[in-house]
Design a protein around this ligand. Structure first.
Ligand code: EPS
Length: 391
């Protein structure tokens, strides 16, 4: 079973992850992980924190000379902002300065953030920083590192993952007709991750407008995975459905409020005859679909078509012009706390979504083709492809 855990506070010394159940013999270059970390950081609409952090992964265990050993893989990303927070955040009572921590205490919860619910749940109402430090989307940095390890595995089997931004605020990109490769190239050349240059400029203007009025913006992203064989996931039980596992992983990204597949929510008003993808057979006897409204999954099982997943991302809840809240110290109504934050994280969410999707697909691949070494997995995979080709 492939699994991972993460630990780390936003302004703590580091983010850490431990991966368990990953096969031996996979080449994991740190540069590949760092390239994804940089993609997550360099998108338009981020705040001052991204000028401080330069995320780089350190592989602490489970990899030797670039090759996985089959043992637990420990990954670490240092928080460069830690030096400014040591006295406020240190776990070591000798370094911790209570007066400085009290000065940074947060008692006016931000609507939309985990502050209030988390403070009540864990008894942190006297200082909601104890909530926000872990609820912060900073943690997604290490999830991108973990997801990239999974991505390397599935890429070695011929799967590819890309994403693009389809909406920011009121600006929607037009439907694209480009090939997946072109879409990926154009989206990664855009600072907002949008493949359509005109829409991308309008998105940038929309973000600038929001920043000027000290407001924030959400949007919609799309992840596409090509090269998946049919048969990943299973219809036999709800928690083995690949769509339910992917949706859980993507909803686990802070700010993601909804996930759909293929036509998804847009298919609500469509007749069944215009929704479902007819099954065809070409002259060489190959079964195929001419449409992919299902988004690559039927009955919770991959069907061999590209996986297409969308996610809606809510606007960042930390507002420079704050909404009404209550000071938990005095119980008086007051404005929510203002913390340094981002205007729009939609393009970053697309990179994070790629990573968590890659991870879930890697887990599904190991469920189906499992083995302790990459060579074993590849052999099982090739055998299965040969069997599938008969149809
Ligand atoms: C975040 C608030 C901001 C973001 C942070 C997530 O951090 P800070 O409070 O330090 O300015 O920049 O995101 C990251 C640090 C990151 O690496 O993505 C929040 O409250 O969720």
């Amino acid at each position: 079973m492939l699994r991972f855990l993460t630990a780390g506070e936003s302004h703590g010394p580091a983010l850490t992850a431990i991966i368990e159940g990953f096969p031996a013999g996979v080449e994991v270059p740190t540069e590949k992980i760092n390239a994804q970390l940089e993609r997550r950081q360099s998108t338009y609409g981020r705040g001052g924190r991204m000028k401080i952090e330069k995320d780089k992964v350190k592989i602490l265990s489970g990899v030797r000379g670039g090759l996985t050993l089959g043992s637990p893989i420990a990954l670490q990303i240092m928080n460069l902002d830690w030096k400014n927070w040591r006295e406020v955040m240190s776990g070591d009572a000798n370094e911790y300065v209570p007066e400085k921590a009290a000065y940074r205490a947060l008692t006016r919860p931000r609507p939309g953030h985990a502050d209030l619910a988390g403070g009540l749940k864990y008894g942190h109402h006297k200082d909601l920083r104890n909530v926000l430090e872990r609820a912060s989307a900073r943690e997604t940095a290490v999830r991108v590192a973990v997801g990239t390890v999974g991505r390397i595995l599935i890429e070695s089997l011929g799967c590819n993952i890309l994403s693009h931004v389809v909406q920011i605020g009121r600006v929607e990109a037009p439907e694209y007709s480009a090939s997946h490769m072109e879409l990926a190239e154009k989206a990664s050349a855009s600072s907002v991750g949008c493949a359509d240059p005109e829409a991308a400029s309008a998105m940038i203007e929309e973000i600038d407008r929001a920043a000027k009025s000290r407001d924030t913006l959400g949007g919609v992203i799309e992840v596409i995975c090509t090269g998946l064989p049919p048969g990943l996931g299973s219809y036999v039980h709800w928690d083995r459905r690949l769509d339910s596992r992917l949706a859980a992983a993507v909803l686990g990204i802070p700010s993601v409020k909804g996930v759909d597949f293929g036509l998804g929510f847009r298919g609500a008003g469509v007749f069944g005859s215009d929704y479902h993808d007819e099954i065809r057979c070409n002259q060489q006897g190959k079964i195929y679909r001419s449409t992919n409204r299902a988004g690559g999954l039927e009955g919770g099982v991959s069907n061999g078509e590209p996986l297409v997943l969308r996610a809606v991302v809510k606007p960042v809840p930390t507002l420079g012009s704050p909404l009404a809240s209550v000071d938990l110290k005095s119980k008086e109504e007051s404005l929510a706390a203002i913390e340094r934050s981002d205007t729009c994280i939609v393009p970053a969410a697309a990179v994070i979504a790629e990573a968590v999707v890659a991870w879930e697909i890697a887990a599904a691949v190991l469920d189906k083709f499992g083995g302790d070494t990459l060579a074993e997995i590849q052999e099982h995979f090739q055998q299965y492809l040969a069997y599938i080709r008969q149809f």
